[in-house]
Write a protein that binds this ligand. Structure first.
Ligand code: C2E
Ligand code: CA
Ligand code: CA
Ligand code: CA
Length: 279
């Protein structure tokens, strides 16, 4: 099989030598992946550059297909979002990250919150909050150890329902971050009306953070906006020391990116957490 562009996966059927391209095949494969446990989560540290400390992890899904090897979430999440599959994948992510948090209590000397990505469709689906509540109690985890990242798109739809879901999350102690901040077609009004804790500056802006390109000004403005509204701000996609330093100069200390660490598997994440305590 071969990858070709966003959200499009081409399957080649050797027997028929026919190209089976499309959503239906991928949806079938995703349903099977859920069934056969082909997903796992990797964890990318978020560092506080001021405290020189690992302060949280972002959970990122990985799919190991038996024939195709690792498939990027960029290639299957958008397709999953077209159907109810995204909710099942989302529920898997909730369970798996809570299981990870639970395992830390025996494997690690400290704990940090895990931030998960939740698709707008799943957040707004009926039963979402109830599922979170139920799983927090199954794993006996405090909501403050879980964070939820959503993209701005979700605020455009049913604002009332969205606000209600977010308030209930907050009631459980779960903080909410706006992912890819500044890349959606949303107004800033929701920052006033919704209970948001954190802005995550999209990596496309952080990329230009070292010179006086457009991204540079946008990064600085987002940081000022966050500071003015007393929101936390995280820069994602920090790849160079120059970017890190510029962000620090502006007062943005929470960094995530290859400069610090790639996403790692569960075992390495635990080791990293234990190391961070020793230092
Ligand atoms: P995202 O939420 O914006 O996640 C950040 C992406 O940037 C991750 O890609 C991460 O590996 C990558 N990244 C981290 N540091 C750097 C860096 O320094 N430079 C660059 N160029 N990239 C960096 P990944 O893991 O391939 O995930 C891609 C997207 O797929 C995510 O973007 C998110 O939108 C989606 N996704 C991943 N896991 C999940 C999940 O569990 N649920 C849902 N709904 N979506 C997910
Ligand atoms: Ca596990
Ligand atoms: Ca994210
Ligand atoms: Ca992003």
């Amino acid at each position: 099989a071969k990858q070709s562009g966003r959200g499009v996966l081409k399957f080649y059927d050797a027997n028929m030598s026919l190209e089976l391209n499309g959503t239906y095949q991928l949806e079938k494969a995703l349903a099977e992946a859920l069934d056969k446990n082909q997903f796992c989560l990797h964890y990318q540290p978020i560092y506080d550059a001021k405290k020189s400390q690992l302060v949280q992890f972002e959970a990122l899904i990985r799919w190991d297909h038996p024939e195709r090897g690792r498939v990027s979430p960029i290639d299957f999440i958008p397709v999953a979002e077209e159907s109810h599959l995204i909710c099942e994948i989302g529920e898997y992510v909730i369970r798996e990250s809570l299981e990870f948090i639970q395992s830390l209590s025996s494997k690690a000397t400290t704990s940090v919150p895990i931030s998960i990505n939740v698709s707008g469709r799943h957040l707004m689906a009926s039963g979402f909050i109830e599922y979170i509540e139920e799983q927090l109690s199954v794993y006996n985890i405090d909501g403050t150890l879980l964070k939820i990242e959503v993209t701005e798109g979700v605020f455009l739809h049913d604002t009332e329902l969205c606000a209600e879901v977010m308030r209930r999350l907050k009631g459980l102690g779960i903080e909410i971050s706006v992912d890819d901040f500044g890349t959606g077609y949303s107004s800033l009004y929701y920052l006033k009306s919704l209970p948001i804790d954190t802005l995550k500056i999209d990596k496309s802006f952080v990329k230009e953070c070292h010179d006086h390109a457009e991204g540079y000004t946008i990064c600085e403005s987002i940081i000022k906006l966050a500071q003015g509204l007393a929101l936390e701000v995280i820069a994602e996609g920090v790849e160079t020391v120059e970017q890190a330093q510029t962000l620090i100069d502006w007062g943005c200390y929470q960094h995530q990116g290859y400069y610090y660490c790639y996403p790692v598997d569960e075992v390495s994440a635990v080791a990293m957490l234990n190391d961070s305590v020793k230092e």
